[in-house]
Ligand binder design. Structure first.
Ligand SMILES: O=C(O)CCC(=O)C(=O)O
Ligand SMILES: [Mn+2]
Length: 216
C-alpha cells in the first residue's frame, strides 16, 4: 500500500496480516491475506461459475447505458437495496457465500445481512466515484470488501478537502478491505478502468441493511 505522508498507519494485533489505517475523517482496515491462495481460488471459481450475474442498465440524461460490470445481490430475505436507482431484491445465500461471510465477520467483528457481488470481466469494467451511503445502510456503515481474481486499483478521494491526496490501494486475490467510521460520509471511492488487465475479478462487498424501523 502506498501512503501519502499525512496518513497514519497503526498496526493491529497481528502486524503480519492486518493494517489499520486512520485517514482524516475515516478508517480503513486492510487484511491482504484474509483467504489463502487455495481458498481464494476455490471462491473465485464458485463466484464465476455458480453465481447468476446480471447486466444492469442505468438511464443518464435520457440514454440507457449498460453498467460496466456484472452484479448481483444476495442476502437474508427482506434485505432490499437500491443501488444507482436499481432496486435489488436479494437472492438466497449460497453455502460458499455464507462461508466467506463467516470469515469476514470474524476478521472485522461486525455482522452483515447482505452482499453486493461485482464481476469485473476485465480491465474495461469499473465502478466510478461514489460512496456507499444509501439510507438503508444507516450511519457510519461497516462495508467489508473481499476480492478474488485479478488485482485492481482502488482509489479513495476526500469529498471536501481538495488538498488531501487521493489514496491508491491495490486489492489483491484473497484480500479484505474494511471501510468504517465516517469513511462513507467524507470519502468517495472508485475502481478505475485498467487497460492492461485481461483477467476477471470478483468483488464482494458485505453490508448490513437496516429496516426502516431500525434506523436512527
Ligand atoms: O470492486 C470494488 O472493490 C468496489 C466495489 C464498490 O465500491 C461497490 O460495490 O460499492
Ligand atoms: Mn462502493
Amino acid at each position: 500500500m502506498t501512503l501519502p505522508a499525512n496518513f497514519q498507519l497503526a498496526l493491529d494485533t497481528d502486524p503480519a496480516t492486518a493494517e489499520r489505517l486512520t485517514l482524516p475523517d475515516g478508517e480503513l482496515l486492510s487484511i491482504p491475506r484474509a483467504f489463502s491462495a487455495l481458498e481464494a481460488q476455490g471462491h473465485l471459481d464458485h463466484c464465476l461459475q455458480a453465481l447468476p450475474w446480471r447486466q444492469d442498465s442505468i438511464r443518464i440524461a435520457g440514454k440507457t447505458i449498460a453498467v460496466p460490470r456484472l452484479q448481483n445481490w444476495f442476502g437474508d430475505p427482506g434485505a432490499h437495496y437500491r443501488y444507482s436507482g436499481i432496486a435489488l431484491a436479494p437472492l438466497p445465500w449460497t453455502a460458499t457465500l455464507l462461508e466467506i461471510k463467516a470469515r469476514v465477520e470474524a476478521l472485522c467483528d461486525a455482522h452483515f445481512n447482505s452482499v453486493l457481488a461485482n464481476h469485473y470481466r476485465d480491465g474495461q469494467d469499473s465502478v466510478s466515484w461514489h460512496a456507499d451511503d444509501e439510507p438503508e445502510l444507516g450511519s457510519q456503515p461497516v462495508i467489508a470488501s473481499v476480492s478474488f481474481g485479478a488485482s485492481r486499483r482502488f482509489e479513495l478521494r476526500h469529498r471536501h478537502k481538495r488538498s488531501q491526496p487521493t489514496l491508491r490501494l491495490t486489492l489483491d486475490h484473497g484480500s479484505l478491505l474494511v471501510m468504517r467510521g465516517t469513511t462513507q460520509e467524507f470519502w468517495v471511492h472508485q475502481v478505475p478502468k485498467e487497460k492492461d488487465v485481461t483477467l476477471p475479478r470478483i468483488n464482494l462487498t458485505f453490508r448490513r441493511i437496516f429496516h426502516r424501523s431500525e434506523r436512527a
